[in-house]
Design a protein around this ligand. Structure first.
Ligand SMILES: C[C@@]1(CC(=O)O)C2=NC(=C\c3[nH]c(c(CCC(=O)O)c3CC(=O)O)Cc3[nH]c(c(CC(=O)O)c3CCC(=O)O)/C=C3\N/C(=C\2)[C@@H](CCC(=O)O)[C@]3(C)CC(=O)O)/[C@H]1CCC(=O)O
Ligand SMILES: NC(=O)c1ccc[n+]([C@@H]2O[C@H](COP(=O)([O-])OP(=O)(O)OC[C@H]3O[C@@H](n4cnc5c(N)ncnc54)[C@H](O)[C@@H]3O)[C@@H](O)[C@H]2O)c1
Length: 213
């Protein structure tokens, strides 16, 4: 049974420490950069992509082995080296400071695990198998992406604006809920996936224009 608690973290401008500069570190850093985090990497060597992020000023790289103390000011810590001992040391240091820590080779030591992610505008889908099978997470994430489709982005923009109008104009709570549910009916989501939601939009506009209290 899963004992994890899902949450969307706001990391804009927050310092995150990544120890190690290999393939796994590169993947974790890519996700952190998408979230606007301020990434510091500690590793004697880094991949080409991490080197390129360093060149463009997107990450700071300290080219040295982890010594301890580098996690000062970090909100999240990632232990991604290929040294089991170093990863354990990073875990011990972060835990002592009460910092959340992810340990690439030890799911049992992770205070948080990283899910497989699909982002589309404001939509963020995150899938986890509670640390047991990352490939399953990616496959299930891909299936959700296929089922929802890329047009969801612009539709969510419209829907957020529609919702504000419903809140302002419709004072009956039950009717408000019904209208918003209709916007996301199975039929509506099928139309969105097919990229044909103009008709849905017309219908929803007509419902709102057609008198509402
Ligand atoms: C989803 C994703 C997010 C990300 O990393 O960004 C992610 N792993 C991904 C890929 C991936 N990882 C591995 C393979 C090779 C195939 C295989 O072994 O299965 C592949 C596939 C590939 O590389 O293509 C190997 C692996 N992974 C872990 C261990 C340690 C162990 O299990 O003991 C080992 C064995 C290492 C070894 O053999 O030495 C551990 C973890 N990996 C997690 C997340 C966390 C659980 C997530 C969940 O709850 O489902 C957790 C617990 C900790 C963490 O890393 O947060 C990302 C896909 C992103 C994407 O494609 O979008
Ligand atoms: N969690 C996951 O998603 C996942 C997936 C695959 C593998 N793994 C595990 O993650 C670990 C890293 O895998 P990888 O493919 O990125 O390895 P890699 O060999 O590509 O990279 C290892 C990195 O660690 C750095 N490093 C080594 N000792 C260090 C130290 N003392 N201080 C700082 N940096 C140090 C190296 O410079 C290198 O950049 C392995 O233990 C692997 O089993 C985890």
């Amino acid at each position: 049974m899963s004992t994890y608690y899902p949450a969307m973290l706001k990391l804009t401008g927050s310092r995150c420490l990544v120890v190690g500069g290999g393939r796994v570190a590169e993947r974790k850093i890519a996700g952190l950069l998408e979230a606007g985090a301020d990434v510091v990497v500690v590793s004697p060597e880094v991949t080409e992509a991490i080197g390129a992020w360093e060149m463009s000023g997107r990450v700071t790289v300290l080219r040295k082995r982890y010594a301890g103390g580098e996690d000062e000011g970090a909100s999240l810590v990632f232990a991604c080296t290929d040294s089991r001992e170093t990863n354990q040391q990073v875990h011990a240091d972060a835990t002592r400071l009460g910092k959340p820590v992810n340990v690439a080779d030890r799911p049992d030591l992770c205070s948080f695990v990283v899910p497989a992610v699909w982002r589309r505008g404001p939509l963020l889908v995150a899938v986890s198998t509670s640390g047991t099978n990352p490939i399953a997470s990616t496959r299930i994430r891909d299936r959700i992406e296929q089922a929802v489709g890329d047009h969801i982005d612009s539709f969510l923009g419209y829907a957020a604006e529609y919702r504000q109008r419903v809140i302002a104009q419709v004072h009956d709570a039950e009717r408000r809920k019904r209208l918003l549910a209709e916007l996301f009916s199975d039929e509506a989501l099928d139309q969105v996936r097919a990229g044909r939601w103009e008709e849905l939009k017309r219908r929803m506009e007509a419902v709102l224009d057609g008198g509402s209290q």
